[in-house]
Design a protein around this ligand. Structure first.
Ligand SMILES: O=C(O)CCC(=O)C(=O)O
Length: 198
């Protein structure tokens, strides 16, 4: 499998690995169709005292009790794993040895849906979580940068896997910016650990 590694102990460029062809096109198409039928919702987020809709749809599946709170305002309660999602989780663990207890889905309906600069550093994932991100559907730009550093752009393709290794969330921020280009739906699945609590 083709892998682009931007992670090395001696010359740490970026603490991520990218597998453009993690899934065959056939499997990626099947998964995309499955994911469209998941329980998507548009949550509300509170930022600087203001409540507003999250600019994308979200869903969460995972182990019972692995509740997830982010930005101190969006509370996600996992639904039971579907078979395709748990199979995908197991494939990623077989490749990376990282273990996951939840998957959070993001659905970007148009170029106006996005996620701003952030790190996934919620306490419920423990210290230095590894996060694995599968992309399905339209290709969108994903940017990652050291805190206060320069951004690197990735184009996350249908069927690709991006792994953010332990430490990445402490040193780097990432985002999927809005775009004026005409793009159709993209689904992203982020597999995450969970240590209990919220
Ligand atoms: O959609 C993506 O590729 C990134 C999603 C993300 O950053 C997140 O869920 O925290």
């Amino acid at each position: 499998m083709q892998q682009l590694t931007l992670f090395s102990e001696s010359t740490p460029v970026l603490p991520v690995s990218y597998y453009p062809d993690f899934l065959t096109q056939e499997l990626a198409n099947e998964l995309y169709q499955h994911c469209l039928k998941l329980e998507w919702q548009q949550n509300q987020i509170r930022i600087a005292g203001k409540t507003m809709p999250v600019p994308r749809l979200e869903c969460i599946y995972g182990d019972a009790g692995c509740d997830y709170l982010y930005s101190n305002s969006v509370f996600l309660k996992p639904l039971t794993w579907t078979e395709p999602l748990s199979n995908l989780r197991d494939r990623i663990t077989a490749l990376t040895s990282y273990k996951f207890r939840i998957v959070i889905g993001n659905q970007y309906r148009t170029g106006m849906d996005s996620i701003g600069w952030h790190a996934d550093n919620e306490q419920s994932m423990g210290i230095n979580p590894a996060i694995a991100s599968v992309s399905l559907g339209s290709c969108r730009k994903f940017q990652i940068k050291p805190r206060n550093g320069k951004a690197t752009d990735f184009w996350l393709e249908h069927g690709s896997l991006l792994v953010m290794h332990p430490g990445c969330q402490s040193t780097h921020l990432h985002q999927v910016p809005k775009t004026n280009k005409v793009v159709s739906t993209r689904i992203n699945l982020t597999f995450r650990p969970h240590i209990g609590g919220r």
